[in-house]
Design a protein around this ligand. Structure first.
Ligand SMILES: [Zn+2]
Length: 276
């Protein structure tokens, strides 16, 4: 799809025909490649999907690229994605303190990962395209909506869950964007961006087949799905259902105590029966 996010857009152009993406995507990538318009046109004509066998005038295509091209290479070219322990600890801290839902945890994780990949402490989700691109990195659970504020002119669009992550939990700083054509979203600043601990938990190598960013896969692979903190002993555990509040040790302990109480009550009741 047009708004799929690729870690290495250069690699995507090289293997474009195997990617299943459409001509619109190819055109956007080439316009951002920094290549001269005639080069862009040649690659476009060579790699585009022309199943209908239409005739394209090379000169027209060059003209089109002359108008679109930015002249500078702004393609994303990541060869690996690194996950830092510091970032995962940051996320877990908020799960512990605010009992974030899975969806909230996922969007927070997404913003932090994007900041690392783009090497900036601020993620720009100001346009619908960028918001859609962000959501496309997850399964269909992550969508976006219009957030209604007290004043209509403060309304904005954002991935569902991100509002709470920012405005209630304070895990990210939300910066409303300047009003303008197509500007419907916000920017998000990650306060934990400065790396004090460079420990890397895991690295994912970007290949042709694993070029499209799948943040949900990484989220689950890191074991972040279902991470909870026990409401009794505070220890981290993995929830098997959406409702579990306590770790297994505490659940067993609570059950044992309940049984003991039940037995005692039963015994007391029988004792009373005998004495009466
Ligand atoms: Zn516990």
């Amino acid at each position: 799809m047009y708004y799929n996010f690729y870690c290495n857009e250069k690699l995507l152009i090289d293997h474009f025909q195997e990617s299943g993406e459409g001509n619109r995507m190819l055109k956007r990538l080439l316009a951002q490649s920094g290549l001269p318009p005639d080069k862009c046109a040649d690659i476009y004509l060579q790699k585009m999907d022309n199943r209908e066998g239409l005739y394209y005038d090379r000169f027209d295509v060059i003209q089109d690229f002359a108008e679109r091209s930015t002249g500078v290479d702004s393609l994303t070219k990541l060869d690996k994605i690194s996950v830092y322990k510091q970032d995962v600890d940051y996320i877990k801290g908020y799960i512990k303190d605010f009992h974030m839902t899975q969806r909230e945890t996922m969007v927070l994780f997404g913003v932090i990962m994007m900041c690392r990949m783009m090497q900036t402490d601020t993620l720009d989700l100001t346009t619908k395209y960028k918001i859609q691109q962000f959501c496309s990195c997850f399964g269909k659970d992550i969508t976006y909506k219009k957030e209604e504020m007290e004043h209509w002119y403060d309304d904005y669009h954002a991935p569902i869950g991100l509002r709470k992550v920012c405005d209630e939990y304070g895990a990210l700083l939300r910066v409303p964007c300047e009003k303008g054509f197509g500007k419907v979203g916000c920017r998000y600043v990650y306060p934990g961006y400065g790396l004090e601990d460079k420990t890397i938990l895991k690295q994912y190598i970007v290949t042709q087949n694993r070029n499209r960013l799948d943040l949900e896969y990484i989220f689950r692979d890191l074991g972040l799905d279902g991470v909870r903190f026990c409401g009794r002993c505070g220890r981290e555990f993995k929830a098997r259902s959406g409702r579990s509040k306590y770790c297994k040790n505490c659940v067993d302990d609570i059950r044992r105590k309940q049984t003991r109480n039940r037995v005692r009550k039963h015994r007391d009741a029988r004792k009373n029966d005998v004495t009466q």
